[in-house]
Design a binder for this molecule. Structure first.
Ligand code: SF4
Ligand code: SF4
Length: 781
């Protein structure tokens, strides 16, 4: 069955929700020179529609270099970036000569080195490389990549001088210089543009012979208005070409890293891509032209005149202004920045929609799949060894350092919490799209899917209200793993139809005597299992032709005893605009170590809802910074059954993002602490969904102060993040008892932070996150 593709991610989802903050940029392409000594006919700078280079100064003036360097340093300091990459580019940057290059690199190092680690690079055609220039490269630790398209025949196909003369011998001379012991440290690798007219193996062998530290293959710039050549009408000539290289490369034992292939392989194991050409990682890059203007990625010049322009420059604008430019900001939004077709594509987390410039079509701009879509699909299928279609896409490969810092501090702002919620929604959508592949074998699910897709187009807010319900994600995950019933998809769709107050009529499954309607409640029937017809109109619901529930979308009265109509409405708590569900009907809520309470009586539900309202208000007052996360993320509270020991228990599950489970507690103050504690777990779970904070292959454990048994890293990280918040809440409460609690939780947090940092298992973002917690704890002193 073909996959309906209109069930789309929230356009503002996956980190794209405006938060008032700018995602920082860490990569800069500096156009040192705007002219070139070659005249390659596949050049996107000189041979494509955008001819703006003609208005640019030939070289970047020293004062422009100083201004750029200052802006980069300013931005790195403001966003506390650990490192930035600057690529000296052109045209041909070597036309600047050794002295200019020396001065440029010195200016950049002078400004940026004191603030952040500067990874200085250059991309060159190599023709003018000399020992004098190599001395400059080594002196300033500049790594240079050389463009070479293969052997002489392949390279001569495009990379010629203006008079038609070959550049091949000059490029080989440059590569020989870079291989020499004195300059080897400056050799970054080779960049090769694919031409399917060239023999892939001869090209591969020619590149390998130059002993490059890295090879990168670039697809020739093309878009839907200027599609790539497809000789003999072949469907996937570029995939075929690259896969020939791939086969040989594997047979050779991968003698050189090939960035495009390794990036795809990395995405297959859940890691981020190392290439802008594939994957969902943010493209945090800006170009600075020789006159100091900020531009978007250079390859956009292949689309249309002015495609890369931003109207901003380094003299009048900060890098933050460039980062906020819509054309640059959209490149940082992962899945949400892609067209509907790509978002619904089973290989999107590997492919990422391909290079941005390759998506262009006059009329709808970049809201398309790549013009290389068939090739990318085939390439991904083979290189990643056919990923399972039921794997959910990761909506973004990482959270920005700003958001991680914000969360690591403890409470986190509402903006960061909104990003986590958007990521959660994008994951649920990806799961549903993956599940939709199977609805062909389940007529009940198929009807539900059709309704859901239709509602998603007409009433997306109603669909969102249901998809953000914590237990929809849990059901979808269980369903993916074969542990839950696909036909429940019809219940999800029916609930969305009630929210939308539209007319719908569809079959829904009965399980354990109930028809579950997520976010709304459940309908008890006579049969234990089966399928009944459910009709809804203006929010009223009929089951099996009988009118059962008027206005099912209205919140249930907590005090109302369940009547003979079989309607078990979910009870909601309204707390100053925040709607919190007391969840005791959802069939997928039993995901905690402690058993959940069955349906509560009216009196018990009234007690719970009143206490929850008081606890949330208490958090507002005594820990308003934590209230932002609670109010943004907490959607449902599940009553847990007391175990008879008198211990209060609370729990959160990553699979049920947005829900917290608790046993009954005697006072609001205790409940407030438990809610803050568990919402911390929700935040960390959501962050771990898209950001590797530690090496998951490292199975070492560590001892933490609050447990006798050694803990895995993930468990320790969760514990320390939750205890940080608990300590912080007790810190604000008066009296010696609170003081004692604060000290205990602070000491636990303190000790576990040290243990985590000492173990050496954290990734760079993880290290940053934990050090931010350390700063908060140290601040209490
Ligand atoms: S060397 Fe690079 S910049 Fe120069 S013409 Fe060729 S592709 Fe264009
Ligand atoms: S393979 Fe095609 S549809 Fe899928 S993500 Fe890539 S460009 Fe988009």
């Amino acid at each position: 069955m073909s996959r309906p593709s209109s069930l789309r991610s929230d356009p503002a989802g996956a980190g794209g929700e405006p938060t008032g903050r700018v995602a920082p940029l860490s990569q800069y392409v500096l156009k040192l020179v705007s002219r070139c000594d070659l005249a390659c006919d596949h050049c996107y700078v000189y041979e494509h529609p955008d001819q703006s280079w003609r208005r640019q100064p030939r070289m970047m003036a020293p004062e422009t270099v100083e201004a750029v360097a200052g802006r980069i340093a300013e931005h790195a300091a403001a966003h506390r970036l650990d490192g930035v990459r600057v690529v000296l580019h052109g045209g041909e940057p070597l036309l600047a000569g050794a002295a200019r290059l020396d001065a440029t690199a010195a200016a950049l190092r002078r400004a940026v080195d004191p603030v952040a680690r500067l990874d200085l690079r250059m991309q060159s055609n190599g023709v003018l490389l000399t020992p004098a220039i190599c001395d400059v490269l080594v002196a300033h630790d500049i790594k240079v990549g050389i463009s070479l398209d293969g052997d002489r025949a392949a390279n001569d196909r495009h990379r010629r001088h203006a008079n038609g003369a070959s550049s091949h011998r000059q490029v080989l001379r440059a590569l020989a210089l870079l291989r020499s012991p004195d300059y080897r440290s400056a050799y970054a690798g080779i960049l090769c543009t694919v031409d399917v007219a060239n023999d892939p193996i001869r090209v591969y062998e020619a590149l390998l012979a130059e002993e490059p530290p890295h090879v990168d293959f670039l697809l020739p710039h093309a878009n839907w208005d200027n599609p790539p050549a497809r000789p003999d009408g072949r469907a996937t000539p570029y995939a075929d070409w690259l896969l020939a290289v791939h086969r040989r490369w594997l047979a050779d034992g991968r003698p050189v890293p090939i960035r495009l292939l390794e990036s795809l392989i990395a995405t297959a194991s859940g890691h981020g891509s190392r290439s802008e050409a594939v994957g969902l990682g943010p493209a945090d890059l800006v170009v600075v032209e020789t006159d100091g203007t900020f531009e978007q990625v250079d390859s956009l010049k292949s689309a249309f005149e002015g495609a890369a322009a931003t109207g901003l420059d380094v003299f009048r604008h900060r890098v933050d202004d460039a980062a906020a430019h819509p054309g640059i900001a959209v490149r940082q939004t992962g899945l949400a920045g892609l067209c509907a077709t790509c978002r619904a594509c089973p290989v999107v987390r590997h492919c990422g929609g391909g290079l941005y410039a390759h998506r262009y079509r006059a009329g709808n701009g970049f809201d398309n799949p790549s013009v290389y879509c068939p090739d990318l699909l085939e390439l991904v299928r083979v290189v990643t060894a056919a990923p399972a279609v039921d794997e959910p896409a990761r909506p973004a490969d990482s959270l920005s350092p700003d958001v991680l810092d914000d969360l690591g501090a403890g409470p986190g702002t509402a903006g960061s919490a909104e990003q986590l919620a958007a990521i959660h929604l994008a994951l649920v959508r990806a799961l549903l799209v993956a599940l939709s592949d199977r609805v062909g074998s389940d007529p009940v699910a198929a009807e539900g899917w059709r309704l859901l897709v239709d509602l998603d187009d007409r009433r997306p807010e109603a669909v969102r209200a249901v998809l953000t319900h914590p237990f929809v994600r849990r059901w979808a995950r269980r369903c993916r793993d074969g542990a839950a019933d696909l036909s429940y998809l019809a219940c999800v769709a029916a609930a969305a139809a009630v929210h939308a107050r539209v007319r719908a009529d569809l079959p829904v499954p009965v399980r354990d005597g109930l028809v579950g309607l997520p976010t709304l409640g459940a309908i008890a029937g006579r049969a234990e299992r089966g399928v009944v017809r459910l009709a809804t109109d203006e929010g009223d619901v009929r089951v099996g032709g009988r009118r059962v529930i008027p206005d099912a979308g209205r919140d249930g009265d907590p005090a109302r005893a369940d009547g003979p109509d079989g309607w078990l409405p979910v009870r909601a708590v309204g707390v100053d605009g925040h709607r919190l569900l007391l969840e005791d009907t959802d069939p997928h809520r039993d995901c905690y170590d402690v058993p959940v309470e069955p349906r509560l009586t009216g009196a018990a539900a009234l007690g719970w809802t009143r206490q929850l309202a008081r606890a949330v208000r208490r958090i507002d007052v005594e820990a308003p910074d934590y209230a932002a996360g609670v109010r943004t993320l907490l959607r449902a509270v599940v009553p847990l059954r007391a175990d008879g020991t008198g211990r209060f228990r609370s729990a959160a599950a990553g699979a049920a993002f947005g829900a917290v489970a608790v046993t009954a507690v005697p006072d609001d103050a205790t409940l407030a602490v438990l809610l803050v504690h568990e919402v911390q777990h929700l935040k960390l779970s959501a962050a771990l969904d898209v950001c590797d904070l530690f090496d998951r292959d490292d199975t070492r454990t560590l001892t933490v102060p609050w447990r006798d048994d050694p803990r895995p890293v993930e468990g320790a990280l969760h514990g320390v993040y939750a205890h940080l918040a608990v300590a912080d809440v007790w810190r604000r409460r008066p009296g010696p008892v609170a003081e004692g609690h604060f000290r205990r939780y602070r000491d636990w947090t303190d000790g576990a932070i040290d243990a985590l940092l000492d173990l050496g298992v954290l990734t760079a973002p993880g290290d940053r996150f934990v050090r931010r917690m350390r700063a908060t704890v140290d601040g209490w002193a």
